[in-house]
Write a protein that binds this ligand. Structure first.
Ligand code: SF4
Ligand code: SF4
Length: 336
């Protein structure tokens, strides 16, 4: 099992008594963790964002400057051209729409008949020069996955910033007007819930029912499904845990909640992450931890080779307990 050459979390982030993730896998005969395919390319277009949320694992914000170039996007498109096995282009950030080449990547991916996902913070629609986005996304049949950690204003504003809830509701109503979340349009709108603090998400199915009832009753909003995502103990959320003295307790919760049934569907087993600079990682979290693929595998999108990468060993660390806790967690929500 390859392990990180770099500290995955700060030395004080998890207790020395915290079992290793490799050990947890090994005790169930699941080590080494390997990929099974590369059916999704997750493209992180940069760290620029119009928000600065407390839980952000990217440490994104308006002052960040890291942004994917058109040259790197062209390398991604070249990979799509020679790799029909990649079915989905999953676009994330920061706020990916803040990248001036966002529309280009969407258009080129759709021309090549790939499913395109936009991980959207909703408030980006109100950034100057971005009001065309709802119509653009609908025209190109882009699936929208949007963050809304609660249906109550105070909770959302506490996590994501003052005024974010109102703008998010307006944005969802706008997406509904373009057909998103409505039966028969093919325009899928999924919402993302993550806990406000150091706890695991509740049942995805039950929470989805609550969200559907509340958002319809209060605001007339429709959406397809709710995805619950566990807060990963890295970056800004890790700092929050440190400040509140909860790091050890949170790790203990994640380790105690290890669920073998999640391992088969961990997103790193079918996804490859491309950083804003073109570097490859097993997932967005590894990317944020500067944890690249194992040394003897291609490191950059321009060197992409499916035959080499689709069964690669995955670089894991203590943070991976965030993906296997409870019902599991991935960019597609719960796993088990
Ligand atoms: S969580 Fe999303 S919306 Fe919030 S700062 Fe990070 S990238 Fe931006
Ligand atoms: S953080 Fe999750 S998705 Fe990433 S390598 Fe670990 S288990 Fe896989």
């Amino acid at each position: 099992m390859p392990s990180s050459p770099l500290p995955l979390v700060s030395p004080s982030a998890s207790s020395s008594a915290t079992p290793s993730f490799e050990g947890a896998l090994a005790s169930h005969g699941q080590e080494p963790l390997t990929a099974k395919s590369v059916s999704t390319l997750q493209v992180n277009m940069g760290k620029v964002c119009n928000q600065t949320c407390h839980h952000c694992h990217v440490d994104a914000g308006p002052q960040r400057t890291e942004s994917m170039t058109k040259e790197t996007i062209d390398q991604i498109i070249e990979v799509l051209d020679r790799t029909p096995q990649i079915l989905t282009v999953d676009i994330t950030g920061g706020a990916p729409e803040m990248n001036p080449h966002f529309e280009y990547l969407v258009q080129q991916s759709r021309i090549r008949n790939r499913q395109v996902i936009d991980r959207c913070n909703l408030t980006v629609f109100y950034v100057k020069g971005k009001s065309h986005l709802p119509e653009f996304l609908a025209q190109h049949q882009v699936e929208v996955i949007a963050s809304l950690p609660c249906y109550q204003e105070a909770n959302v504003d506490q996590q994501r910033g003052k005024g974010v809830f109102d703008r998010s509701i307006n944005a969802l109503q706008t997406l509904n007007r373009f057909g998103y979340g409505k039966t028969g349009t093919g325009l899928n709108l999924h919402l993302v819930y993550n806990p406000l603090g150091a706890s695991l998400p509740p049942s995805q199915a039950e929470l989805e029912l609550d969200y559907k009832e509340e958002l319809m009753a209060r605001y007339g909003i429709q959406f397809n499904s709710l995805l619950t995502i566990t807060n990963m103990p890295i970056s800004r959320f890790l700092e929050d845990l440190r400040e509140s003295g909860q790091i050890e307790a949170y790790y203990a919760l994640l380790v105690k909640s290890f669920n073998l049934a999640t391992v088969d569907d961990l997103m790193c087993r079918s996804l490859l992450s491309v950083g804003w600079d073109g570097r490859l990682s097993d997932c967005d979290f590894n990317q944020m931890l500067d944890l690249p693929l194992q040394n003897d595998f291609p490191q950059w999108i321009e060197d992409f080779n499916l035959a080499t990468l689709e069964h690669r060993p995955i670089m894991v660390g203590a943070h991976c307990f965030g993906c296997t806790a409870g019902s599991g967690s991935s960019c597609g929500g719960a796993l088990a």
